[in-house]
Design a protein around this ligand. Sequence first.
Ligand SMILES: NC(=O)c1ccc[n+]([C@@H]2O[C@H](COP(=O)([O-])OP(=O)(O)OC[C@H]3O[C@@H](n4cnc5c(N)ncnc54)[C@H](OP(=O)(O)O)[C@@H]3O)[C@@H](O)[C@H]2O)c1
Length: 246
Amino acid sequence: MSSMNTPDKTTPPTVILSGPTRGLGRALLDRLVSQGFPTVGLGRDLGRIAAVARSAPAQVQLVEVDLGADSDALTDALAAVRRILSTNSSGPLAFISNASIIEPIGQATGLTCSGLERAMRINCLAPLLIANFLTKTAQAQGRPLLVLDVSSGAACRPIRGWQAYCTSKAAYKMGLDVLAAENSHIKVVHFDPGVMDTSMQDLIRAQHVEDMPEVEVFRSYREKGTLKAPFTVATELIELIERHLS
Ligand SMILES: NC(=O)c1ccc[n+]([C@@H]2O[C@H](COP(=O)([O-])OP(=O)(O)OC[C@H]3O[C@@H](n4cnc5c(N)ncnc54)[C@H](OP(=O)(O)O)[C@@H]3O)[C@@H](O)[C@H]2O)c1
């Protein structure tokens, strides 16, 4: 974690949230809206959350982007974010980097180039480019920026069958640490949410043991009822924002 300028305590942070459509991201969107944070949601197929944006039109703005698409799509999305932030140019910024994919799952020797590329793009390259862009924007506007990386234990330890996920999450973590080392106006926090009851875990539990030898461990979390509710984790993340920026 690096240091940053003293936050403006009078204006609530503007939160840029990736992956607001499902799981933890959806729970975060609801919490941010109910607590009055100006929010920019970045994700795909945003018709699914249009009602949330309609319920708080002055507070929520949505920017449609597939993080797995080519760089032109991301450039267009960042131009839209720039326009939004130019009309809302005071107070701190927070980027909750939440969108991720767990696939492809399988023995490393069987992974394809396109599968690995897609995981690297969605879990590492696209969010790194967003964080780089927000760092520049925050500097130009003289505002502090908190980058909250929704990370995973898999960024720090190898899990068999998860080469794409472990590698992309670890590379992203390091990319953000370099960014923080270069920029004193930003702070990076890596946050491991624990094992949550979302569709990512549904997908993990459905794997074959040949592809993912530890699958039974993940099935046991469900059986023992130890999965965390996304809403509980969203509350923890909002508290982190408040602790660092309020
Ligand atoms: N669930 C867990 O137990 C667990 C444990 C440790 C860490 N995490 C981390 O927690 C975060 C949230 O996970 P989750 O469980 O909530 O996952 P999830 O239910 O699978 O939701 C993933 C979110 O990422 C978005 N996303 C995926 N691909 C995208 C793309 N190409 N472009 C734009 N958005 C895309 C999804 O949008 P769509 O609806 O459009 O697909 C969705 O909103 C992730 O960073 C994950 O690595 C989760």
